[in-house]
Design a binder for this molecule. Structure first.
Ligand SMILES: [Zn+2]
Ligand SMILES: [Zn+2]
Length: 395
C-alpha cells in the first residue's frame, strides 16, 4: 500500500506509447502552447503540487476535479472544474458525483470555495452538491452561492434545485444546531432567466466582481436551462460548456478564448459495447453529446488557444481513438482532461500538467475567525431518554 500518492494497480501501457490515465502525464501532444512568440516563458515543475504552487498575480489556473460522467469511476469523477485566479478568487464550475474528493484534496480552505456555477442539473454535473454543502458547512460559516439557469418550469430551475436539496438535508442541518455554527449551511441561489437569451442577446452577464466577469449562454442539451459559461479576467478567458451537442452558436460564444473546455463522448457503438447497453439506447445517449470528430469541427470554428475535452470515458482502447477522430476535423492544440489535470494560463503561454495531491490531507488554515461563534438553539427533536439515559459516561 502506498500512502500519500496515487497508484494505479496493474496498469500497463498497451496504447502504443500514450500514457494511461493517472500515470502523472497529461493527455496531450502539446503540453506547452506558446501564445506570444519572442517573450520569455515561465518554467513549471513537471508535476503540479497545487497546494505548494502559488499563482502569479496575472495567472489563471484550471483544475479538472472530474473528467467523467455517469457512472462515476475510481479514476474519473463526474464533471467539474475549479478555476483559480491570481487575484485570489476561486470558482467551481459543476460538481458532479465524486468531484468533491478531488476538490478537497487541493487543500483550499472552505471559506474560499463559496461560488458554484452549475451548467445544468444532470447529476453527473450536480450530484456532489450535498457533499460540497456538508464539507463546506463545517468550516466556512458563510453562505454557498450557486448560479444557474431557470428551467422550462419553475420547479426545474436552479433555485428550486437549491431549495429542494436544502429540504432534503433538513435532518442534517437540524441535528447540527447548537453544535456547530449554521452560517455555512445557508445557500443563496442566483437563478438567471433563461428566457432572456435571444439571437440579439446571446449571452447574459451573470457575475461581475473584483474585475471578473462571468457570462452564461444557452447550449443544446435536451431541456431549457442548460448553459455554458465564459469567464474573463485580466485579459485571460476560459469557456466551459457543460454538456450537449456541438453548435455553431456556442462556438461563437467561445471564440478566441484561451481555453475552451467542452464535453466529449464515446461513439454509440463503443459506448454500447463498454456499458453493456442496447445500441438504440446508447445512440440516444451519445446523440445528446459530442463525439470527438464533431467536437473538432467546433474547435475549428471557435479557434481557442487550447481546446480541452472532458466527460469522456478513458481506457487504453478509447484514448487513441479520441485523438485520431478529433484530428480528422481539427489541427489545433487539444488536451483530453483526466481527473486533476491542471492548466496554467498566463499572457504568454498555456501549460498542461497533472497534479499530485495527498490522499490523507487535512483542512488547511483559513481566514481569522471569531473564537466563540454564536450557535443556534439545539433542535427540540432529541433522541428519547430511554436511549440517552444509557449513554456511557465520558471518561
Ligand atoms: Zn454529463
Ligand atoms: Zn447532461
Amino acid at each position: 500500500m502506498i500512502i500519500g500518492e496515487r497508484r494505479v494497480d496493474g496498469a500497463t501501457d498497451t496504447s502504443g506509447g500514450r500514457p494511461l490515465p493517472l500515470t502523472g502525464q497529461p493527455l496531450t501532444e502539446t503540453p506547452v502552447v506558446v501564445k506570444e512568440d519572442g517573450v520569455s516563458l515561465r518554467s513549471y515543475p513537471e508535476v503540479c503540487f497545487p497546494s505548494e504552487e502559488p499563482l502569479a498575480d496575472d495567472e489563471m489556473r484550471l483544475i479538472c476535479i472530474g473528467s467523467g460522467n455517469p457512472p462515476v469511476r475510481r479514476a474519473q469523477a463526474g464533471t467539474g472544474w475549479l478555476v483559480q485566479l491570481g487575484n485570489g478568487d476561486n470558482f467551481i464550475f459543476d460538481v458532479g458525483g465524486g468531484t468533491v474528493q478531488n476538490l478537497w484534496s487541493l487543500e483550499i480552505h472552505p471559506a474560499y470555495l463559496d461560488k458554484l456555477f452549475l451548467t445544468h442539473l444532470h447529476l453527473d454535473h450536480a450530484g456532489d452538491f450535498h457533499v460540497l454543502f456538508d464539507a463546506l458547512g463545517w468550516a466556512r460559516n458563510t453562505p454557498l452561492h450557486v448560479w444557474g439557469g431557470s428551467g422550462p418550469t419553475p420547479e426545474l430551475g436552479v433555485a428550486a434545485f437549491c431549495k429542494n436539496m436544502q429540504k432534503a438535508a433538513l435532518w442534517h442541518t437540524e441535528s447540527k444546531k447548537g453544535l456547530v455554527p449554521s452560517g455555512g449551511m445557508e445557500i443563496v441561489a442566483h437563478e438567471f432567466d433563461s428566457s432572456e437569451f435571444t439571437p440579439d442577446n446571446p449571452r447574459l452577464l451573470i457575475y461581475e466582481e473584483n474585475d471578473v466577469k462571468v457570462y452564461a449562454f444557452p447550449v443544446a442539451h435536451i431541456l431549457v436551462g442548460a448553459v455554458g459559461y465564459r469567464l474573463e479576467w485580466n485579459g485571460l478567458s476560459m469557456t466551459f460548456h457543460g454538456d450537449g451537442e456541438p453548435c455553431v452558436f456556442e462556438a461563437e460564444q467561445a471564440a478566441g478564448a484561451d481555453v475552451f473546455m467542452h464535453e466529449a463522448f464515446l461513439d454509440a457503438q463503443t459506448f454500447s459495447k463498454k456499458m453493456n447497453m442496447p445500441l438504440p439506447i446508447a445512440q440516444n445517449v451519445a446523440g445528446a453529446h459530442s463525439t470527438p470528430d464533431r467536437l473538432g469541427k467546433l474547435f475549428d470554428i471557435a479557434k481557442p488557444t487550447l481546446g480541452v475535452a472532458y466527460h469522456y470515458f478513458q481506457d487504453d482502447e478509447t484514448i487513441d481513438p479520441f485523438f485520431d477522430a478529433i484530428k480528422t476535423t481539427y489541427n489545433g492544440p487539444v488536451a483530453l482532461a483526466q481527473d486533476l489535470t491542471v492548466i496554467n494560463v498566463t499572457p504568454e503561454q498555456i501549460i498542461v500538467r497533472q497534479a499530485e495531491t495527498d490522499l490523507l490531507h487535512w483542512t488547511p488554515p483559513g481566514p481569522e475567525k471569531d473564537g466563540s461563534p454564536q450557535l443556534d438553539p439545539k433542535s427540540p427533536g432529541v433522541t428519547p431518554s430511554f436511549v440517552t439515559d444509557t449513554i456511557l459516561p465520558l471518561e
